[in-house]
Design a protein around this ligand. Structure first.
Ligand code: TGC
Ligand code: FAD
Length: 394
């Protein structure tokens, strides 16, 4: 049996189907050829490889779980997870691009859109002809999207007029369409598909990031943006609309972070074996081995967790709090692993000759977006105790 080539101490690959392993293997081959040799330069220059968007579509990275009739692969949850894993093994920014497109733009259109919206947008998003972005967060505080949502959608005959602004929006300056969450005249959260060339819509690229540099992040400004009422997603209302999308993306991140952890573990292990101090390799030192064992152990447990989430997801039994556990713990394990790998690399670890510090800096964002580490702690605290320590939204 051909094993999927990820670091896999407990042979989780044996739990995958042949098709899932093949999807993972193909993704790794493509990304090692097309992205790995260039990623440090793209990151240093704050460039996203826009020339690869169509190829991501051809590879099935955009909406893999969306049914084939709408342009997706109709693939399993584990396949989607493995694609996220392989993308983030190269860079969290590449995974972010695909997470937003698949989970935050294609998913809400598929789950909550009209048949017309699905037919109009999903095939174009699947090929990469269209890029989408997802506007939930506002500048006053992303952790409480309901309490802090000032963007309004006012009904005007057969139209809505959207006014407000969104902050920290991945793909904002690349997008042809934005899924914008706004409160209607009754104060109910609704989702709108907004073409970004609509008059009054503006995207301003956020500069000077020292994390997720190979990803485009933007502020969106909506000044009386007029869209037909048919641009509204009819199938959902309230905060559970955007939060359901986040559950999809957080699930992918639980897998993706392990790709970054594999990358830094492998780099640190190879470096440790080849570096000699005081007459022998640093890999022979107990302090270095402790760091490597912690990384490998966290990866092993995280992979079992991610695989179990995939099973529950395909069975339709996955609960949001279970996804919070995967996102919270796997991302923090990867961030701690990247810090340890950077330390094992010594002075060399602070340069872009190696990959660990780039992963480490990226993972600071991943630990923050899609619900911060502490917000997921409080979601889990609420689940386990029945007590809400998040505080009430006004
Ligand atoms: P709460 O009362 O908990 O829930 C309101 C309604 O929503 C339902 N719900 C969920 N549904 C699906 N999935 C989830 N994860 C859900 N969580 C809650 C809930 O059942 C309820 O439904 P109903 O029918 O009773 O109305 O609302 P709350 O205001 O107390 O929520 C608090 C909290 C912390 C859970 C929530 O606001 C939260 O998750 N905050 C963090 C915000 C966040 O993660 N933002 C991410 C923005 S997007 C992003 O970061 C993209 S990065 C992309 C990339 O580049 O990869
Ligand atoms: P705040 O909510 O202001 O939180 C600040 C601190 O307070 C955090 O440490 C938090 O854990 C803590 N805190 C907050 N509330 C509590 C509480 N009740 N108890 C204890 N501690 C608390 N958003 C989108 O909508 N779409 C995107 O595409 C997108 N992409 C992003 C890309 C990047 C690079 C970044 C950095 C962010 C992106 N985000 C996006 C926004 C992201 O989801 C938010 O940054 C995140 O939800 C946190 O919101 P905040 O930054 O406003 O921090």
């Amino acid at each position: 049996r051909v094993r999927f080539p990820m670091f896999d101490f407990l042979q989780v690959s044996e739990l995958l189907t042949a098709e899932e392993r093949e999807i993972g293997r193909a993704a790794r081959k493509f990304l090692e050829a097309e992205c790995l040799p260039h990623i440090n330069r793209w990151w240093e220059n704050a460039e996203f490889p826009t020339h690869l968007i169509r190829k991501f579509g051809e590879m099935g990275f955009l909406g893999p779980t969306i049914p084939t009739e709408y342009g997706g692969l109709g693939a399993s949850a584990a396949s989607y997870g493995l694609v996220a894993y392989e993308l983030e093994r190269i860079d969290s920014g590449l995974r972010s691009f695909c997470s937003v497109q698949s989970s935050l733009v294609m998913y809400p259109i598929y789950a909550f859109g009209s048949e017309e919206q699905k037919r109009e947008y999903l095939p174009k998003l699947a090929t990469g002809e269209y890029v989408g972005c997802f506007g939930l967060t506002e500048s006053d505080g992303g952790s409480d999207p309901d309490g802090n949502m000032k963007t309004r959608a006012r009904r005007d005959g057969d139209f809505y007029r959207l006014s407000g602004s969104k902050m920290w929006i991945t793909n904002g300056n690349l997008a042809q369409i934005a899924v914008i969450w706004a409160k209607d005249d009754e104060g109910v959260v609704r989702g709108f598909i907004v073409p970004t060339d609509t008059p009054g819509f503006k995207a301003n690229k956020i500069q000077h990031k020292i994390s997720l540099r190979a990803s485009v992040t933007s502020e969106l400004v909506l000044e009386d943006v007029r869209v037909p009422a048919s641009a509204m997603l009819p199938g959902v209302q309230g905060l559970k609309g955007p939060l359901s999308c986040l559950t999809q993306a957080r699930y992918g991140i639980a897998w993706g972070a392990l790709g970054a952890l594999e990358a830094v573990y492998t780099e640190a292990l190879e470096y440790a074996k080849s570096r000699t101090t005081f007459g022998s390799s640093i890999a022979s030192r107990q302090l270095v081995q402790e760091k490597l064992v912690r990384m490998a152990s966290d990866h092993t447990k995280g992979l079992l967790l991610a695989w179990r989430l995939a099973q529950l997801k395909d069975a339709g039994k996955l609960k949001p709090a279970q996804v919070s556990l995967g996102k919270r713990d796997n991302v923090r394990a990867a961030l701690n692993g990247a810090r340890a790998a950077r330390e094992i690399l010594g002075g060399s670890g602070i340069t872009l000759e190696y990959h660990s510090i780039r992963h480490m800096l990226n993972l600071e964002t991943v630990d923050t977006y899609e619900g911060t580490h502490d917000i997921h702690t409080l979601i889990l605290g609420r689940e386990f105790t029945g007590e809400n320590a998040l505080g009430e939204s006004p």
